[in-house]
Design a binder for this molecule. Sequence first.
Ligand SMILES: Cc1cc2nc3c(=O)[nH]c(=O)nc-3n(C[C@H](O)[C@H](O)[C@H](O)COP(=O)(O)OP(=O)(O)OC[C@H]3O[C@@H](n4cnc5c(N)ncnc54)[C@H](O)[C@@H]3O)c2cc1C
Length: 254
Amino acid sequence: MNTTTEKMSQPSWYIADVIGVRDETSTARTLILQVPNWPGHRAGQHIDLRLTAEDGYQATRSYSLASAPTEADRGSSIIEISVELLDDGEVSPYLVRVTDVGDRLEILGPIGGYFVWGAGQEEPIQLIAGGSGIAPLRAILHERLAADGVSADSVRLLYSARARHQVYYEDELGDLADSEPGLISLQFTRSAPKDWTGTVGRVDADLLARVSIPAALEPTVYICGPTKFVEVVASALVGLGHDQARIRTERFGG
Ligand SMILES: Cc1cc2nc3c(=O)[nH]c(=O)nc-3n(C[C@H](O)[C@H](O)[C@H](O)COP(=O)(O)OP(=O)(O)OC[C@H]3O[C@@H](n4cnc5c(N)ncnc54)[C@H](O)[C@@H]3O)c2cc1C
């Protein structure tokens, strides 16, 4: 094991400065964090974020790193998380509605060694996101494209969102979709734009068979989103012949 890997496998606490915020949708916000001495991370990893109230009460939640380690336009100490607002939640309303540039946040990371992609993995990868589950998959997608170039034979993303106005990173994903047919597939579960030519509904075996990398090519599959979404999609993939051992999942709760 080299020293970089050892360092990454030991999460530490850091103080992160909020240096930017970006609304992804009306209920989701990306926080751009500068973290002095950040050791770097692997695509797919997450952080734990701890809020402390004035009376000392603390709440900690996990958030995936949406930024890829090798994104060229940012320094290695800048990371991004994308947070979906849960109206009755304790932490997400504060991060989406209150947190702003100049605030400081306590984070523990980088965390996770299973739901990650690294440059040594040469097999095709299929990414499947539900809602805010797109966050770590954005990082993995960028990392894979940076390593291997843009090819729908080596990586594909299927992203399920309720409607177009719920799609995170819309411009960026749109540009990627235009650059390579089959690279990005969007699925709307509630309503679709007027010009939409695809189907509307939940991700199921038919859709997976049409748009994802076939089981015969032995892709590693990464599924991330609400628990129910992850379970239904993983089970459909096994039904399509994917080996359970090549399916990696991250459940966000719900
Ligand atoms: C490894 C990991 C990575 C995560 N990454 C992200 C991320 O990148 N972006 C993000 O927005 N969230 C992410 N989450 C979820 C996040 O940690 C919190 O659970 C979420 O922000 C809700 O916290 P809260 O304090 O607002 O709600 P809470 O006060 O914890 O919960 C409020 C209510 O919402 C329900 N609930 C909790 N989580 C969800 C959910 N995801 N969907 C629907 N209902 C839910 C609870 O059961 C409860 O009823 C991740 C979770 C894990 C385990």
